[in-house]
Design a protein around this ligand. Structure first.
Ligand SMILES: *[C@@H]1O[C@H](CO)[C@@H](O)[C@H](O)[C@H]1NC(C)=O
Ligand SMILES: *[C@@H]1O[C@H](CO)[C@@H](O)[C@H](O)[C@H]1NC(C)=O
Ligand SMILES: *[C@@H]1O[C@H](CO)[C@@H](O)[C@H](O)[C@H]1NC(C)=O
Ligand SMILES: *[C@@H]1O[C@H](CO)[C@@H](O)[C@H](O)[C@H]1NC(C)=O
Ligand SMILES: *[C@@H]1O[C@H](CO)[C@@H](O)[C@H](O)[C@H]1NC(C)=O
Ligand SMILES: *[C@@H]1O[C@H](CO)[C@@H](O)[C@H](O)[C@H]1NC(C)=O
Ligand SMILES: *[C@@H]1O[C@H](CO)[C@@H](O)[C@H](O)[C@H]1NC(C)=O
Ligand SMILES: *[C@@H]1O[C@H](CO)[C@@H](O)[C@H](O)[C@H]1NC(C)=O
Ligand SMILES: *[C@@H]1O[C@H](CO)[C@@H](O)[C@H](O)[C@H]1NC(C)=O
Length: 522
């Protein structure tokens, strides 16, 4: 800028003034940068609540603040003046006993009314008595009463009725809300419908699962009120009844006790029919000491007087006649240790099943026990001391049974043979050796004979070699093939016996011995 060409100094003064103002302004900025503001808490209130108008960024050491109703600092609508140094409130024309200015500048309005809705303005002086202003507004909404639910049908029937729930009372300009099982009602489904104002909820074609509870709510921005839970009393059923126990077969002499149950609300009425004839109108049917005559169809009939529905379940029950008592046949009730014990169960009933009982418990099968097909013969070999005790056989058909009288079997000691007993064994060994030698010679002779004659009677060999272990008494005419036959037979027996005797090793030689002596006897 050129001073020579500078205009008259008249212009310099405002310029200086502007400069001063700018510098003053910049000096002010740090204190005014934080704007005075008011925040209503809550901005939407219900009648009777307290509202706090919170003030932020009051001027430092502000000596006085004034609260006005309205958007401006209108002296006619002054609520109160607060003098910091005195800590007291001087009421204005718009003052109410519910208004209280706090030391930090905030205004507390207690127990607000609908008329309190509107704007509020604070005017706060700084230390130089330069005022600053801020406004805020809040709304007060009517306090909502607790709503309640009414239903247009007190006892709807499942699958038949639709029910309309209405939330009372009716209030303008509020929102109605619904909860089922405590869950906010989502969008309406095909069975749940809301009226346009949401005040009426309709449940179409109710089911037993629609009993609720239901709750309704009324809401405005200031508050929400929720009704007490409301449950619907849906009548349903009866469903098909169940009969317990489900057994269809009984033994004569048993007590028949049939219990019927059907899901139903209100509870079903029960009655029993036997072979189509009304027996009694009870839930439980008792027929003591049944006989074959009591076989037949047992029908449980259920009825619901409200739904008017009837259902039945039929059970065809068969009563079996008494099972004849079986008997045990035995040759001798005393057996020697290591001998064979054979018991036979005798029963007149055809097609009946048999099981064995030892010392009042189900007989344990061991490797020494063998049962005939159908279980009628019990065979224990070799008998041991532990086999002594009480035997019973039981004839049974499904769950009907009859036990034989108990039979006590004694197992007598049979001391293990001493070392002198080896002698018969040795003799047997020698005999076997001799027999085997003779047999070998016979076989050789036979083969020689066969090769000489030049024809092999394979077919005959096959038949004779066939292991007919059980066919002891089969007669034989040929003298030379018989010996062969005997040797083969004895070895077959031996092989057959050996795996079936997983008894202590000491017993094996004796078993073999017996077999060989049998062969010898032949
Ligand atoms: C003013 O004081 C009240 C009551 O003590 C308090 O609730 C409020 O938060 C204070 N205001 C500010 C802006 O901190
Ligand atoms: C709130 O105000 C109502 C009238 O507006 C009054 O009936 C009620 O007693 C007041 N409640 C309290 C707690 O001051
Ligand atoms: C209850 O309201 C539902 C839905 O509007 C209607 O279908 C039903 O017939 C009403 N029941 C009675 C008893 O009025
Ligand atoms: C409901 O709201 C409408 C507009 O929003 C208003 O004109 C009417 O006066 C209100 N009614 C009530 C009872 O508040
Ligand atoms: C009714 O409720 C639904 C949600 O359930 C909402 O979207 C809708 O605006 C409500 N209508 C009224 C009139 O309140
Ligand atoms: C009721 O609900 C149960 C389980 O949620 C379901 O198995 C049954 O089918 C429902 N009954 C009806 C009548 O809707
Ligand atoms: C049948 O019931 C009678 C008494 O009611 C009872 O003495 C008897 O032992 C019962 N019979 C059977 C097999 O349970
Ligand atoms: C059960 O009935 C039979 C005939 O059916 C009879 O002989 C027996 O004494 C009855 N038993 C009881 C306990 O009533
Ligand atoms: C079975 O019924 C017949 C006639 O109904 C009767 O004479 C007979 O005594 C009954 N038998 C038993 C075991 O109750």
């Amino acid at each position: 800028m050129e001073p020579s060409s500078a205009p008259p100094c008249r212009m310099c003064v405002p310029r200086l003034g502007l400069l001063l103002a700018v510098s003053l302004l910049t000096a002010w900025i740090p204190t005014t940068v934080a704007q005075l503001t008011v925040e209503p808490v809550p901005p939407d209130a219900a009648e009777g609540m307290d509202v706090l108008l919170l003030v932020y960024n009051l001027p430092e050491n502000s000596p006085v603040y004034l609260w006005y109703k309205g958007e401006t600092a209108d002296p006619n609508r002054l609520i109160a003046t607060y003098v910091t140094s005195l800590g007291n409130t001087a009421p204005g024309p718009a003052y109410s006993a519910r208004d209280r200015i706090l030391s930090n500048g905030s205004l507390l309005i207690q127990n607000v009314t609908l008329e309190d809705t509107g704007n509020y303005t604070i005017q706060a002086m700084n230390i130089l008595y330069v005022p600053s202003e801020a406004s805020a507004q809040f709304r007060v909404y009517p306090k909502l009463p607790e709503p309640h639910i009414t239903s247009n049908q007190s006892q709807p029937v499942e699958g038949e009725d639709s029910v309309a729930f209405t939330c009372e009372p009716e209030i303008q300009n509020i929102t109605y809300l619904w909860w089922i099982h405590g869950q906010r009602l989502p969008e309406t489904t095909d069975r749940l419908q809301l009226s346009p104002d949401n005040r009426t909820l309709t449940v179409l074609s109710v089911t037993r699962n629609d009993t609720g509870p239901y709750e309704c709510g009324v809401s405005n921005p200031g508050n929400t009120a929720r009704s007490d839970p409301f449950s619907m009393n849906v009548s349903y059923g009866p469903d098909a009844p169940t009969i317990s126990p489900p057994d269809l077969y009984y033994c004569s002499g048993a007590n028949l006790s049939l219990f019927c149950h059907a899901v139903s609300d209100p509870p079903a009425q029960y009655s029993w029919l036997v072979n189509g004839r009304l027996q009694q109108a009870t839930q439980e049917l008792l027929v003591p000491n049944v006989s074959v005559n009591n076989s037949g169809s047992y029908t449980c009939h259920v009825n619901n007087s409200i739904t008017g529905l009837n259902r039945i379940t039929v059970e065809n029950i068969t009563v079996f006649g008494p099972v004849a008592q079986p008997a045990i046949r035995v040759i001798n009730t005393t057996v020697l240790e290591r001998d064979r014990l054979v018991l036979t169960c005798l029963t007149d009933d055809a097609g009946i099943s048999i099981r064995w009982i030892f010392n009042s418990q189900s007989l344990n099968l061991t490797a020494r026990t063998r049962l005939s097909p159908g279980n009628s013969t019990l065979n224990i070999y070799p008998v041991m001391k532990v086999d002594e005790g009480e035997y019973q056989c039981e004839a049974f058909h499904l769950n009907c049974s009859s036990k034989s009288d108990p039979l006590w079997m004694t197992v007598k000691d049979n001391p293990e043979p001493e070392s002198s007993d080896l002698l018969p064994g040795a003799i047997a060994g020698i005999v076997i050796g001799v027999v085997a030698g003779v047999a070998l010679i016979a076989v050789l002779a036979y083969f020689l004979y066969c090769s000489k004659t030049g024809r092999a009677s394979d077919q005959r060999h096959l038949t004779e070699y066939k292991p007919s272990a059980s066919n002891h008494s089969q007669g034989r005419s040929d003298s030379s093939p018989e010996k062969v036959d005997e040797v083969t037979y004895s070895s077959l027996i031996f092989n057959a016996q050996q795996p079936k005797q997983p008894t202590p090793a000491s017993l094996s030689p004796r078993a073999t011995e017996t077999v060989y002596s049998e062969v010898k006897r032949k």
